[in-house]
Design a protein around this ligand. Structure first.
Ligand SMILES: C[S@@+](CC[C@H](N)C(=O)[O-])C[C@H]1O[C@@H](n2cnc3c(N)ncnc32)[C@H](O)[C@@H]1O
Length: 411
């Protein structure tokens, strides 16, 4: 049976891997994983990863320190990874013709280096949805630089912003997923029969994994061409990318699509029973209530200018009959964004197991580390069932590729 060899970058506690190892056809083999928490002596996420997965190489160093040779030797068919939204602008190198230079420490350029060293069939990347709009002074530039770079490397790209709760999950967590495939290989050739619009609505990977209505939201449809000159894109490009899109050979179509909503799980449904350890002491209850309440506070800026900071109120506690709000890495602290529950008339926070359930991880996945880190890692992680759905579609693509290949052999 076909095996898809995978490198998992920025692996965290292994959300991509759990999702891919749960697919129908069992095709994915994660042969190389890298996870390194900058400037931390104890590597909680890496240790957790290693405690669950034995096969493949586990690398615990800064991805920038991994050599080209080590990357090349992985011989993978697919690269997956969730990476930060940073400044992707580039400049021409000082020695001009020799190429371009991105800012140091920007992890996207490490993904590019991995691609250059392995030229895999597929890419599956995840980021915050803000990536499509960044930076605010030149909207869409960073995603434009990304598309231009991947286009140059020979990849066509589909993307979709997915709110996990819209497709049956327990958390409102909105992330952009980016699927790339080499345009000169079988899938690239097969899908090129369809119009860009058909790919977004019906034929593309995301359309099949996460169906959408066949009309745009508020007629939001835009087209553009991405220049092959990455520096030019970095300096000039500004464009409004919508939540769904495709780039083929530099030609971009983007549409604001509407999900075919599936019934979500509610926060109440994933709660553990008889929880006593996570109750909140009186003084912290008041702090939570204050943080969630409406405010208008007189503040003074650094230059001595006085202004009012104001924010609206939130519901007194988190609704148990709705999917949960997005979990952040600060979930383990007393914070406005931290979940604040009232269960059976008692106030409490989420338990680490509930945090794992909100992301679709198995219970106790992160029990190798202190609670605060468990919440931190879940704030960083992704909603696992989404990856399984995407993985199932990639397996379908591979099976169709095999059929095309065996038909060709018959002639
Ligand atoms: C958004 S999280 C990915 C979480 C992961 N998808 C999961 O399910 O747990 C990004 C990860 O990249 C790691 N990271 C940050 N800088 C890194 C670097 N320079 N090299 C390797 N890993 C890095 C962080 O420690 C973090 O775990």
């Amino acid at each position: 049976m076909t095996q898809i060899k995978v490198a998992e970058l920025f692996a965290g506690v292994g959300g991509f891997r759990i999702g891919l190892e749960n697919t129908k056809e069992n095709m994915f083999d994660i042969v190389w994983a890298n996870q390194w928490e900058p400037s931390k002596k104890v590597q909680h996420a890496f240790d957790c990863y290693v405690s669950h997965f034995s096969s493949g190489t586990h690398s615990n160093e800064d991805i920038a320190e991994v050599t080209d040779r080590e990357m090349e030797e992985t011989e993978v068919d697919m690269i997956v990874g969730g990476f930060p939204c940073q400044d992707y602008s580039v400049a021409r190198s000082l020695n001009g013709e020799l190429g371009i230079q991105g800012k140091k420490g920007v992890l996207f350029w490490q993904i590019v280096r991995f691609i250059q060293n392995t030229m895999p069939k597929y890419l599956l990347l995840e980021n915050v949805d803000r990536l499509l709009k960044s930076p605010s002074k030149q909207r869409g530039r960073d995603f434009g630089v990304m598309l231009s770079t991947l286009n140059e490397l020979g990849y066509d790209i589909e993307w979709r912003v997915i709110n996990a709760a819209d497709y049956g999950n327990a958390q409102r967590r909105r992330r952009v997923f980016i699927f790339g495939y080499k345009r000169d290989l079988t899938y690239g050739q097969n899908i090129s029969r369809y119009s860009l619009e058909d790919i977004i609505y019906y034929q593309g990977l995301f359309a099949k994994a996460f169906p959408v209505e066949n009309e745009p939201n508020k007629k939001r449809v835009s087209e553009t061409n991405i220049s092959k000159d990455i520096v030019d894109v970095s300096e000039q490009f500004s464009f409004q990318f919508h939540n769904s899109g495709i780039m083929r050979n530099g030609e971009v179509l983007t549409i604001d699509t509407i999900p075919k909503y599936e019934k979500s799980i509610t926060l109440g449904e994933i709660l553990e029973e008889n929880v006593t350890d996570y109750s909140i002491p009186e003084e912290k209850i008041e702090k939570f209530q204050y943080l969630r309440g409406p405010k208008k506070i007189l503040r003074t800026s650094k230059t001595g200018h006085e202004y009012y900071f104001s924010e609206g109120g939130m519901s007194e506690t988190d609704a148990l009959d709705l999917p949960a709000r997005t979990m952040l890495t600060s979930e383990g602290s007393v914070n406005r964004s931290t979940h604040f529950l009232k269960v059976n008339d008692a106030y409490r926070t989420l338990t680490p197991i509930e945090a794992e359930r909100l992301n679709g991880f198995p219970d106790n996945w992160t029990n190798t580390m202190p609670d605060r880190m468990r919440f931190f890692c879940m704030g960083n992680a992704l909603v696992v069932p989404l990856i399984t759905r995407i993985g199932n579609q990639i397996e379908q693509i591979e099976k169709e590729n095999e059929d095309t290949f065996s038909q060709l052999k018959l002639f």
